[in-house]
Design a protein. Structure first.
Length: 247
């Protein structure tokens, strides 16, 4: 049986094959990763239906659903109700590149991720101190102000807070004026999206939050004070780790 080609849906017959795997969910995720890396699917393509993926990969429907939840949370796929599941076009938010997907499937330990984020962020901040324009600093201030205003509301909108958190890091990346570093930093922060979302939901229960960390980083950049900026990055990642693992 072959997959019938439809608009925006590639013919994947003969490419997706069932193979033994330690985790069926990981197997499905890795299969989609392989399709992306080999460019058999591209942004905007529709994936086969859940029942067809179940048949092709010889996994349960539950495994396919869980895999799609993971891919959707990471912004890799877009589930359109009543239409199907598509590889996300992403726009400026998600970049489809082997670097991002390789990071996703390598399943690094959190300690490794924390070190990676600190290494990147310290260098992004260092270059931002050297190269940030007045417009960059204005955009950073506006983002922090919006975050504080939203944070102080009685009813928290965590989706908006998440968008502002990621926007701060996107502006910070642009401010460093190093396009390769900005690209890598954007990839890594996109990977951290689910972790950031998890930490934001816990902030209302504790006296610390990421907006304070962003304010401290911004203030250090404005003063051209790299030691203070480096310390602010370290404290920011400590807060982030605390919020993720605190019960």
């Amino acid at each position: 049986m072959t997959i019938q080609a439809v608009a925006n849906e590639p013919d994947l017959s003969g490419f997706l094959e069932s193979r033994p795997a330690a985790s069926s969910v990981d197997f499905v995720v890795n299969s989609i990763k392989e399709l992306l890396l080999t460019k058999r699917v591209r942004p905007g393509d529709r994936l086969p239906a859940e029942t067809e993926l179940t048949r092709l990969l010889s996994v349960s429907r539950g495994s396919v659903r869980e895999a799609m939840k993971i891919l959707s949370a990471l912004g890799i796929v877009e589930v359109r109700r009543g239409d199907g599941t598509y590889i996300s076009k992403g726009g400026g938010e998600v970049m489809f590149d082997p670097l991002l997907f390789s990071l996703i499937v390598s399943q690094p330990e959190f300690a490794e991720l924390k070190e990676l984020r600190q290494i990147l962020e310290k260098n992004v901040v260092r270059l931002a101190i050297l190269h940030a324009t007045d417009d960059d600093l204005r955009h950073l201030r506006e983002c922090v102000q919006k975050t504080v205003s939203l944070r102080d509301k009685a009813e928290k909108n965590f989706e908006e807070l998440l968008a502002l958190d990621l926007e701060f890091h996107a502006i910070l990346g642009r401010a460093c004026k190093n396009r390769p570093l900005e690209t890598i930093y954007r990839f890594v922060m996109q990977y951290f999206r689910p972790y950031i979302a998890q930490s934001l939901t816990k902030q209302s229960n504790f006296s610390i939050d990421s907006s304070n960390a962003h304010q401290t980083i911004l203030a250090a950049i404005e003063r051209h004070d790299y030691p203070a900026a480096e310390k602010a990055v370290e404290e920011s990642t400590e807060v982030w780790e605390f919020l993720i693992f605190k019960q």
